[in-house]
Design a protein around this ligand. Structure first.
Ligand SMILES: [Zn+2]
Length: 329
């Protein structure tokens, strides 16, 4: 049937018709709010390249969690800025590390009953060189040594589970990390702690502002020997398949908006829950346009999130989580 029998505009005539026809929804419960924990008390330090994002001391993070719970958000993703850094990133797997202390404080708050507490598993915030694993020198220069890094990542995940993490989320992109973490969690009695693996994480320019927020910029080289080439879709699907074989319960795709086709392909590949991370650069470029008055924040925030859900993500990690929940409320 074609025009004039068929008229697409009939179903767009009123807001109530449009609401009934709407295929994709975003709810506050789909959104995960990232938190950058830092030492101190009553610290709320703005991240210059990410307006509205702060480094928070643990007491401030607990307040933030209470607000997140009131807004009906799905959960928090925790990153840590340690007091000091070293060669092997020992702050990541220290039972008294910043994320572990934060997890215990958050767990003790009533807000945690309503939020999923997800701990980012990586070493780059804790190593003095800013890479995601153990670094060694070879004839070809400095490299991140895969297999010895697995043990450190697994220790990090166990320590976070012990401190109260509901979910651990390895973001390092070492080969074999999901299996190593699963084995270590099971051996330590955390068979029920799920792994959300950053299965397809691309080496992206859009992570720039995060490195200021998490103080995790590599001090030499880049992350292209472990994060993926942005041109590769088939490789992303192989990464996902391998992580699932190793025992990942869910996968996280990163970045989101420049890689919507990869999210769609992942959705078609697997039935496991898929999250997408609307990363710092995606957030900051929208914020820059809002500050200039070039885009309407209320509409652009929700449209960006709907596009990620429509591509196939079940949930979204986003710095707009609180703002979006208010708009949706
Ligand atoms: Zn890392």
């Amino acid at each position: 049937m074609s025009f004039p029998q068929s008229r697409m505009r009939r179903l767009r005539r009123t807001e109530s018709l449009r609401a009934l026809m709407r295929e994709t929804a975003v709810t506050p419960g789909d959104l995960i709010h990232p938190i950058f924990l830092c030492p101190g008390i009553a610290v709320r330090r703005p991240v210059a390249s990410m307006p509205g994002v702060f480094n928070l001391s643990i007491d401030e993070a607990v307040r933030e969690a209470e607000e997140a719970a009131r807004l009906g958000l799905g959960g928090l993703l925790l990153f840590g800025l340690p007091e000091s850094k070293d060669e092997l990133g020992s702050g990541a797997y220290d039972d008294e590390g910043i994320v572990q202390l934060g997890l215990r404080a958050l767990k003790a708050s009533p807000a945690s009953k309503k939020l999923v507490l997800i701990a980012d598993v990586c070493l780059c915030e804790y190593t003095n060189h800013g890479h995601c694993g153990k670094v060694i020198e070879t004839a070809d220069g400095w490299i991140v040594d895969n297999d010895p890094s697995l043990d450190l990542l697994a220790r990090t995940a166990v320590s976070q589970a012990k401190a109260g993490a509901d979910v651990v989320a390895p973001s390092d992109m070492m080969d074999g990390r999901v299996a190593a973490i699963r084995r270590a969690l099971d051996a330590a009695g955390y068979q029920q702690t799920p792994i959300l693996s950053y299965a397809s994480k691309f080496a992206s320019a859009f992570y720039g502002p995060f490195r200021e927020a998490a103080d995790s910029a590599p001090q030499f080289g880049d992350r292209k020997t472990y994060q993926m080439d942005g041109a590769n879709l088939r490789e992303a699907l192989r990464e996902i398949s391998l992580d699932l074989e190793e025992g990942a319960d869910m996968i996280l795709m990163k970045p989101a908006m420049p890689y919507l086709d990869v999210i769609r392909a992942a959705r078609e590949l697997t039935g496991v829950p898929i999250g997408a991370y609307q990363v710092s650069g995606e957030y900051s470029m929208l914020q820059a346009a809002f500050q200039k008055g070039w885009l309407d924040p209320n509409r652009a925030i929700l449209e960006s999130l709907v596009s990620i859900r429509r591509a196939g993500a079940d949930f979204i990690v986003t710095y707009f989580a609180k703002e979006a929940a208010k708009l949706l409320g």
